[in-house]
Design a protein around this ligand. Structure first.
Ligand code: XUL
Ligand code: CO
Length: 440
């Protein structure tokens, strides 16, 4: 069955194309620094936003017109798989991601839920035999069902902890079965609403125990992939324990989990935490912890997780700058954890949205690559810190000095001279590179 009959395979047609259903900048086979765009960008479709969600918001019911809407239950789940592989093929996208609950409905018992998952997983596996689209990561939804009202691994209720362990155990088995390249943990309800009823230490210790059990089980079944923590400061909890990369890193270090985990960084989560997207990428990168990216954007006028498709070229450029400086994403990818707006309810909008996101990151990649090639920022930064390459600065970084020696040096200073940080000049340079790339 065909679900998107009005859409053909999306091809690269170049910036002058007037065909809305074509890539203007994303040319999968174009080589940038020895690798193709497809290999560097590793785009992924998020199953939940594209096939499962229906546009429901707190004020109204779903608006999305989807050709699979007339199916119910397991038939609906199966229709979604068919639609998914049709979209993957037409978009020519190399990866997808899902939560267990996105692909199959929960049964009335855990056993029934497993059976539903097994049926859909074997269907997905069949499709994957002939499709080039692979699984970037899967994860367990431990936030929708009312049982997670007080959290999952951080719930006050040990039965919920056990149930969550069973879900993740199954998730790891599914990941292995489908050849997932990573496994994700987003702790949507792993946090608290009020300290008045919360034993924060026990909750965090339990989360540490939970992750260790996950690491052990993955080892036991030979599912040796990076585990990714996806930080988010809030929503749905008031305070989520994986607030941002720095907080997540401290947690991983405290519980001796650092070697098994990296971060899945989402742009809109970064801005909710009061950071820029590139800040979170930088913190992960300089600590060797950049695993994967949930590529989306928020709205600076709205204070919540709007999960928009990324179209801000300034942001995609600075994100790609960090990713290239990281030497790429390794096993990670750029997963569009993004949803079409409630008003963009036609099936075709799913294609327009992904094309916009893919083109925006392709532009970001080109601009960032040129900025790095021409050492535009590198040269400036090197010069800015040059005081640490000689004299007292070199002594500081080489550990050859102490407070007494520094005091003696400071007492001998007659004048301290700083130089300008040239922010505005640098921003203008980035603009110049952006416009140059776009005009080619
Ligand atoms: C929620 C979010 C999740 C994770 C996976 O804000 O980003 O969809 O990506 O659970
Ligand atoms: Co996400």
């Amino acid at each position: 069955m065909t679900f998107f009959e009005n859409v053909n395979r999306i091809n690269y047609e170049g910036p002058s194309s007037k065909n809305p259903l074509s890539f203007k900048y994303y040319n999968p086979k174009e080589v940038i620094n020895g690798e193709t765009m497809e290999e560097i960008l590793r785009f992924s479709v998020a199953y939940w936003h594209t096939f499962t969600a229906d546009g429901t918001d707190p004020f109204g019911v779903g608006t999305m017109v989807r050709p699979w809407n007339n199916y119910k239950g397991m038939d609906l789940a199966k229709a979604r798989v068919e639609a998914a592989f049709e979209l993957f093929e037409k978009l020519n996208v190399p990866f997808f991601c899902f939560h267990d609950a996105d692909i199959a409905p929960e049964g009335s018992t855990l056993k029934e839920t497993y059976a539903n998952i097994d049926t859909i997983v074997s269907m997905i596996k069949d499709y994957m035999k002939t499709s080039k689209t692979k699984l970037l990561w899967n994860t367990a939804n431990m936030f929708t069902n009312p049982r997670y009202v007080h959290g999952a691994a951080t719930s006050n209720n040990a039965d919920v902890f056990a149930y969550s362990a069973a879900k993740v155990k199954k998730g790891l088995e599914v990941g292995k079965e489908l050849g997932a390249e990573n496994y994700v943990f987003w702790g949507g309800r792993e946090g608290y609403e009020t300290l008045l009823n919360t034993d924060m230490k026990l909750e965090q210790d339990n989360l540490g125990r939970f992750f260790h059990m996950a690491v052990d089980y993955a080892k036991e079944i030979g599912f040796n992939v990076p585990f990714l923590i996806e930080p988010k400061p809030k929503e749905p909890t008031k305070h989520q324990y994986d607030f941002d990369v720095a907080t997540g890193l401290a947690f991983l270090q405290k519980y001796n989990l650092q070697e098994f985990f990296k971060f899945n960084i989402e742009a809109n989560h970064a801005t909710l935490a009061g950071h820029t997207f590139e800040h979170e990428l930088r913190v992960a990168r300089i600590n060797g912890m950049l695993g994967s990216v949930d590529a989306n954007q928020g709205d600076s006028l709205l204070g919540w997780d709007t999960d928009e498709f990324p179209t801000d070229l300034y942001s995609t450029t600075l994100a790609m700058y960090e990713i290239l400086k990281n030497g790429g994403l390794g096993k990670g990818g750029l997963n569009f954890d993004a949803k079409v707006r409630r008003g963009s309810f036609e099936p075709e909008d799913l294609f327009h949205a992904h094309i916009a996101g893919m083109d925006s990151f392709a532009i970001g990649l080109k601009v960032a690559n040129k900025l790095i090639e021409d050492k535009v920022l590198d040269d400036f930064v090197t010069e800015r810190y040059s005081s640490y390459t000689e004299g007292i600065g070199l002594d500081i970084v080489e550990g050859k000095t102490d407070f007494k020696k520094l005091e003696a040096y400071a007492l001998g200073l007659t004048e301290i001279k700083n130089s300008s940080g040239r922010q505005e000049r640098l921003k203008a340079l980035v603009n110049q590179y952006l416009l140059e790339t776009l005009s080619k």
